[in-house]
Design a protein around this ligand. Sequence first.
Ligand SMILES: Nc1ncnc2c1ncn2[C@@H]1O[C@H](COP(=O)(O)OP(=O)(O)OP(=O)(O)O)[C@@H](O)[C@H]1O
Ligand SMILES: [Mg+2]
Length: 244
Amino acid sequence: MILEVVDLKKSFGGNQALKGVSFSLGEGEILGVVGPNGSGKTTLINLISGVLKPSSGNIIFRGKDITNLSPNKRAKLGIGRTFQITRLFGNLTVLENVLIPLHYGVKEKKPDEKALDLIEMVGLKELKDKKASNLSLAQRKRLELARSLALKPKLLLLDEVFAGLNPSAVAEVSDLLKKLHKEFGFAMILVEHVLKALFRLTEKVIVLASGEVIFEGHPKDMAKDEKVIKAYLGERFAHGFVRG
Ligand SMILES: Nc1ncnc2c1ncn2[C@@H]1O[C@H](COP(=O)(O)OP(=O)(O)OP(=O)(O)O)[C@@H](O)[C@H]1O
Ligand SMILES: [Mg+2]
């Protein structure tokens, strides 16, 4: 197992965002995490990446308890992430944005070459000298992926990479993820509302509702599960998200 999450709880004041979440993930495996707004998905990602500390419970990464490690240490062990709202340096170029983690994170011997490799891999080579603030949303997401790959993750946490993208950009980014996953073999946790794209990438999902796992299994069975329909899919179908 690359990751074991054991009875994870997180409260913000009186608000119990996670109420005892447990699951595990094998090396190279892809797990989808879905659920209604406010169900605790981003909180889960923040706890695994170390941005937040749990109220109780444990996070085991490759056999080591990392519950109390800083986000930096976790990144160095091989946990990479992207953010629901991209966190790039708008005034810096594409190349400079990728060079930052290479200089401060892994101390590559040839950071410029490595950065160019990563930029090429995500399809932004032509745009390497463009400022990040001038990129389209799909291009910013590609750039975030390049940055997260700089630290050679063994586990990549992706919070809504497809959100806000038009259907052709969704297909583009999901093909890119498939390619990167095949090439590097990292495990991935994908938090996603764009279910069609998610189901092309994974055969294993968990559904969170009000901070609890209400389903774990194959997407096909998920669509038939009464609890899931009630807590999540009913609302999704009503809004037409699944068709997209
Ligand atoms: N830093 C925080 N401080 C206080 N409350 C928080 C914080 N982060 C999340 N919460 C609360 O925890 C609950 C879960 O939020 P979270 O962002 O994890 O949901 P989500 O499933 O990612 O939702 P969305 O689909 O809208 O992104 C919500 O009630 C939210 O208001
Ligand atoms: Mg979220």
